[in-house]
Design a protein around this ligand. Structure first.
Ligand SMILES: Nc1ncnc2c1ncn2[C@@H]1O[C@H](COP(=O)(O)OP(=O)(O)OP(=O)(O)O)[C@@H](O)[C@H]1O
Length: 239
């Protein structure tokens, strides 16, 4: 059974308006793959449809060899994929620790949960220092770390990250991307949606460029970062 995520001919519509027009891509085990594109290109829509938050109009989604097209989100979580949506979606009135444990609520093996909790708190020392703090009082960057930490606590081996750098100061953007590298080195697979194309391509193995609901260019991150259209449209024309 091939591990990873395989999406074929994905179409997604909001009412009568189709936002994603037959998109295909693969995320192989252990890879960081990035989906880049301008505002409104359909990046978040793809993640939402893949993770069962919104219906798929056409196409297939295969996770670790199982077809999960249009499965509800809660069933997909059990198969090892977690989505960290834009806007983070943390529980503001729960503490940091409680938020992390909510991520693990479906799991039964206490030893494994404790092991992952140690791993997450080691990955994010800021969260470790603030375990008892209410999540709503964390800074934006800390909330983003908490959202990623909670996804890891589900035990997922594939993470869908929607603009983890959004709204963060440059120093925190760098640290969140470094954490993505650490997570991938620990054997996880990451599908990273980003507007910050330069940073995303710097850490990704491969990427797909989305333009108004279709994939315009794809390839190795190095190829994309030198592609003239990518340079002009997403990397400020710099070489
Ligand atoms: N709930 C919704 N109802 C109707 N249309 C929507 C909805 N969500 C998104 N859209 C539309 O679908 C298209 C794709 O939006 P999407 O949020 O997926 O883009 P994106 O690439 O993630 O953009 P951004 O980088 O700005 O987050 C846009 O035209 C958007 O207006």
């Amino acid at each position: 059974m091939a591990k990873g995520l395989s999406v074929k001919g994905l179409k997604v519509a909001y009412g009568n308006i189709e936002a994603v027009h037959g998109v295909s891509f693969e995320v192989n085990e252990g890879e960081i793959v990035t989906l880049i594109g301008a505002n409104g290109a359909g990046k978040s829509t793809i993640l939402r449809a893949v993770s069962g938050m919104i219906p798929v109009k056409e196409g297939t989604v295969i996770l670790n060899g199982t077809e999960i097209t249009s499965w509800p989100s809660h069933q997909i979580t059990g198969l090892g994929m977690a989505h960290v949506p834009e806007g983070r979606g943390i529980f503001t009135r729960l503490t940091v620790l409680e938020n992390l444990l909510v991520g693990a609520f479906k799991r039964k093996d206490k030893k494994e949960i404790d092991g992952d909790l140690d791993y997450v708190l080691g990955l994010f020392p800021r969260l470790n220092e603030r375990k008892k703090q209410l999540a709503g009082t964390l800074s934006g960057g800390e909330q983003q770390m908490l959202a990623v930490g909670r996804a890891l606590m589900t035990g997922a081996d594939i993470l869908l990250l929607d603009e983890p750098s959004m709204g963060l100061a440059p120093v925190l953007v760098e640290s969140i991307f470094n954490i993505c590298i650490d997570i991938a080195e620990a054997g996880k697979t990451i599908l990273l949606v980003e507007q910050n194309a330069a940073m995303a391509l710097a850490i990704a193995d491969r990427g797909y460029v989305l333009e108004t609901g279709s994939i315009a260019i794809h390839g190795d991150a190095e190829y994309l970062s030198k592609h003239p259209d990518v340079l002009n449209a997403y990397l400020g024309g710099a070489s």
